[in-house]
Design a protein around this ligand. Structure first.
Ligand SMILES: Cc1ncc(COP(=O)(O)O)c(C=O)c1O
Length: 469
């Protein structure tokens, strides 16, 4: 090992508490030190070049090493490195970014509230929907319905809105007044569910019916909003059945409830439209955004606010006591603005829709025949592989085998960052990936699967179908 790597690892172990990390395990294994990146590749301190199949954390949409973004930051740092927009002040980068975002968003969205992250965006959305109903003279409409296994961030409100049991089991009680309904996870909870014989379409409608049942149980008069990601990302790249969103829209149309669509992952081209809501024809009242807004180059998020809510807030007068020191930070805003310009002039979103998304779909689907793979799904540039011990029954591996983590680690050895969520492997590469790089990504994923199959077949767990290619 390179001495520099050893030193970084020692300092890291001694001083750095990482997010979402088992520090005991990390201390034993040592961190991988990432030193630089270009295009779709990251480089580690040992000189390895790795295809970043996750675009960092679903955010580096434009890829690494874009000098235009660095220059936009440097220029703004020289001009005005910081000022706030509290107390009736503003500055050009935030104003221009707000205007630009509203031209990209669905027509009924004409205002933006800036935050520093996706979690803060969801905190803002939660406070805003509750405040909205209070202003409307209906202060009892405070309940928010979210989904099981959703991810809306890691602040107390983000964790509470999210439906991830391990997160909710730590750090004490979350924000009250949030309830969860089933997720549209066909592979995991539909297809092989107990005694179930239904189609993805019927399952999608069943999930929407569960939302309606929850509204009736809680009482429409108590429900402020329903919040959901267009495609659940961190939950396992869960692409809902085609019937799901139309059925959800039909339910919401029957009740006076706000719709919050968390676009933190799906926004800025991931599904081949500027926003996931446009892919699914949704008209959200609020859209939390972050990540791809700046391609992850600087931290910035926000909430796109539809006219119904924005005009109520404005017309009611009085202050909304909410905001962050770095809301609309000028340097982050300048970088985000340049990022949007590049996405637009380079037709990145259209390319995902018309070329790269369909190409990934075809190549990714070729992994479905692998003995370890129960399902290979993708939409735009997000994809998942479901690992199974038995393809016919969808039987999973024993949890103790940690098949997902094994595949993830082998994938890294094969030169590809994939992420594992249980026994689901997920990808979300930079939107500037080429067709050749997609071929490389799929070849590396296959190599990891082959090696995992070899190792897992040494256990009595399988894989029990087919031959390791
Ligand atoms: C859908 C969604 N919402 C919110 C967040 C939280 O964003 P941040 O990590 O910027 O706080 C994430 C992060 O992965 C996310 O995937």
């Amino acid at each position: 090992m390179d001495p520099a790597t050893r030193e970084w690892q020692a300092l890291d172990r001694a001083h750095y508490l990482h997010p979402f990390t088992d520090h005991k395990a990390l201390g034993e294994e040592g961190s991988r030190v990432i030193t630089r990146a270009e295009g779709v590749y990251i480089h580690d301190s040992e000189g390895r070049r790795i295809l970043d199949g996750m675009a960092g954390l679903w955010c580096v949409n434009l890829g690494y090493g874009r000098h235009e973004l660095a220059e936009a930051a440097a220029e703004q740092l020289r001009e005005l490195p910081y000022y706030n927009s509290f107390f009736k002040t503003t500055h050009p980068p935030a104003v221009r970014l707000a205007e630009r975002l509203c031209t990209l968003a669905p027509a009924h969205i004409n205002r933006v509230f800036f935050t520093g992250s996706g979690s803060e965006a969801n905190d803002t959305a939660l406070r805003m929907v509750r405040h909205y109903w209070a202003l409307k003279g209906r202060p009892h409409k405070q309940m928010v319905i979210a989904r099981e296994n959703a991810y809306h961030g890691s602040t107390v409100a983000g964790m509470s809105l999210g439906g991830m049991a391990p997160m909710q089991g730590q750090g004490g009680p979350g924000v009250p007044g949030i309830v969860h309904v089933p997720q549209p996870y066909w592979f995991g909870e539909g297809q092989f569910g107990e005694g179930r014989e239904c189609t993805p379409e019927a399952f999608g409608r069943e999930c929407a019916a569960a939302l309606e049942a929850k509204i009736l149980e809680v009482g429409e008069e108590n429900v402020a909003a329903f919040i959901a990601e267009p495609v659940q990302g961190a939950g396992g790249a869960i692409i809902p059945p085609e019937s799901y969103w139309p059925a959800i829209k039909a339910v919401l149309a029957r009740y006076d409830i706000l719709l919050v669509v968390d676009e933190v992952i799906c926004g800025f081209g991931r599904l081949g439209e500027w926003f996931g809501s446009q892919h699914y024809g949704l008209e959200p009242d609020l859209m939390p955004i972050a990540k791809g807004l700046s391609s992850g180059y600087l931290p910035i998020g926000g909430v796109l606010v539809g006219d119904r809510v924005a005009e109520t807030l404005i017309e009611a007068g009085g202050e909304f006591f909410h905001g962050f020191t770095y809301s609309g930070h000028p340097v982050c805003a300048a970088v985000a603005l340049k990022n949007l310009e590049l996405l637009e002039t380079e037709c990145v979103v259209e390319r995902v829709r018309d070329d790269l998304g369909p190409y990934l779909a075809e190549r990714w689907a070729s992994l479905a025949t692998h003995p370890l793979v129960g399902e290979a799904r993708s939409l735009g540039l997000i994809g998942a592989l479901e690992l199974v011990a038995d393809k016919a029954s969808g039987r999973r591996f024993d949890k103790a085998l940690a098949a997902g983590n094994l595949c993830r680690d082998l994938s890294l050895e094969a030169g590809l960052v994939m992420r594992s969520v249980g026994d689901t492997l997920i990808i979300s590469p930079p939107l500037v990936i080429t067709r050749d790089q997609i071929d490389e990504l799929v070849a590396r994923a296959r190599r990891a699967l082959d090696e995992a199959a070899r190792r897992l077949s040494a256990t009595d767990q399988g894989p029990s179908v087919g031959r390791v290619s």
